[in-house]
Design a protein around this ligand. Structure first.
Ligand code: NAD
Ligand code: UDP
Ligand code: UDP
Length: 336
């Protein structure tokens, strides 16, 4: 799916040129949930030097505290809507709020982050010959009319709704990636990420897994938004990070769906959380928000074939790992 008439790629400058296999890697949004787990994994390789650029809108330094001061690690307070001059070999471009309550909080800023932020990172990639990976989203499929969603589906997206700053923003970001690829020969990778969960998710970010786990621990009713039959597929964060690194280091531009095809209704998710975390907790049905997709499940044939990747952590195994982290942060220990 690469362009047929591609101009020659700029030769990679290899900034860590004295040691050919060394990599200098920029992670935008690296102080966030997925970004900080990605940084942990990249830092495990002693040949990697990692730079995080983040404006701390939804991320925190706390997520990276074990790396602050490490000689192969650097943390920069930077907003990607402003130009950034660095010398790197790889760019994982994650910067963008991912939870609906945060991306709707300042929608104009969200779209600037997606459009101007991605343009700047592509300009940087072009200047230094770096390979760039964009974390796009299953939201580019909107309220899908095809199920499960394959990468060739063009989506069913409301261009003027309250979610559009995010889903249309990511669609433009994907367009920019492909235009830089075709026009300037930039090496690109696009991951379409489906709902991901795990430790370090923002406790009050309003996403369904973090809400249910926090509610179960606090013994507050689990708020299932109506109708409760809407579905999502949840991928544990370590599987996600593994998929992103394989995509970056593989040969395919994507877009490639990365997610767990195990599909659950929100009522089923609430029941699983209740059973695993707090059998006493109540489940209450509440109002939903506009444009909520009714069903979502990735077709991961491409990821399996092209990246040799598939998720390994089942929801029932991932939820308790997240519970442990939430209990620590909420200061509520398990009653035995
Ligand atoms: P997150 O909100 O935890 O992390 C996003 C990070 O980007 C935060 O650290 C935030 O401070 C930073 N950021 C936001 N705007 C910025 C800006 N203008 N300049 C610099 N930094 C900025 O979210 P996450 O769940 O870790 O998501 C990471 C990426 O994955 C996002 O691009 C998101 O769209 C994508 N994604 C996530 C999911 C999911 O389920 N978590 C699903 C689909 C796609
Ligand atoms: N850019 C950046 N870092 C760089 C190179 C470029 O942030 O190292 C920004 C630059 O400010 C511009 C954007 O990336 O706004 C696109 O750059 P490009 O060179 O593609 O376009 P131009 O500058 O010609 O508009
Ligand atoms: N949801 C819910 N209860 C909550 C939060 C969300 O039932 O407390 C539902 C929401 O209506 C949606 C699904 O969970 O159908 C996933 O919502 P989330 O905001 O986590 O992610 P996204 O809509 O971006 O997939």
């Amino acid at each position: 799916n690469s362009a047929s008439k591609k101009p020659p790629s700029p030769s990679p400058l290899r900034f860590s040129k004295f040691f050919q296999s060394n990599m200098r890697i920029l992670v935008t949004g690296g102080a966030g949930f997925i970004g900080s787990h990605l940084v942990d994994k990249l830092m495990e390789n002693e040949k990697n030097e990692v730079i995080v650029a983040d404006n701390y809108f939804t991320g925190t330094k706390d997520n990276l505290k074990k790396w602050i001061g490490h000689p192969r690690f650097e943390l920069i307070r930077h907003d990607v809507t402003e130009p950034l001059l660095l010398e790197v070999d790889r760019i994982y471009h994650l910067a963008c709020p991912a939870s609906p309550i945060f991306y709707k909080y300042n929608p104009v800023k969200t779209i600037k982050t997606n459009v101007i932020g991605t343009l700047n990172m592509l300009g940087l990639a072009k200047r230094v010959g770096a390979r760039i990976l964009l974390t796009s989203t299953s939201e580019v499929y909107g309220d899908p009319l095809e199920h499960p969603q394959t990468e060739s589906y063009w989506g069913n997206v409301n261009p003027i709704g309250v979610r559009s700053c995010y889903d249309e923003g990511k669609r433009v970001a994907e367009t920019l990636m492909f235009d830089y690829h075709r026009q300037h020969g930039i090496e690109i990778r696009i991951a379409r990420i489906f709902n991901t969960y795990g430790p370090r998710m923002n406790i009050d970010d309003g996403r369904v897994v973090s809400n249910f786990i926090a509610q179960a621990i606090r013994n507050e009713p689990l708020t299932v938004q109506l109708p409760g039959t809407q579905t999502r597929s949840f991928c544990y964060v370590s599987d996600m990070v593994d998929g992103l690194i394989r995509l970056m280091e593989g040969e395919n531009t994507g877009p490639i769906n990365i997610g767990n095809p195990g599909e659950f209704t929100m009522t089923e998710l609430a029941e699983a959380v209740k059973e695993l975390i707090n059998p006493e907790v109540k489940i209450s049905m509440v109002e939903n928000t506009p444009d909520d997709p009714r069903q979502r499940k990735p077709d991961i044939t491409k990821a399996k074939e092209l990246l040799g990747w598939e998720p390994t952590v089942k929801l029932r195994d991932g939820l308790p790992l997240m519970e442990e982290d939430f209990r620590l942060r909420l200061g509520v220990s398990r009653k035995n």
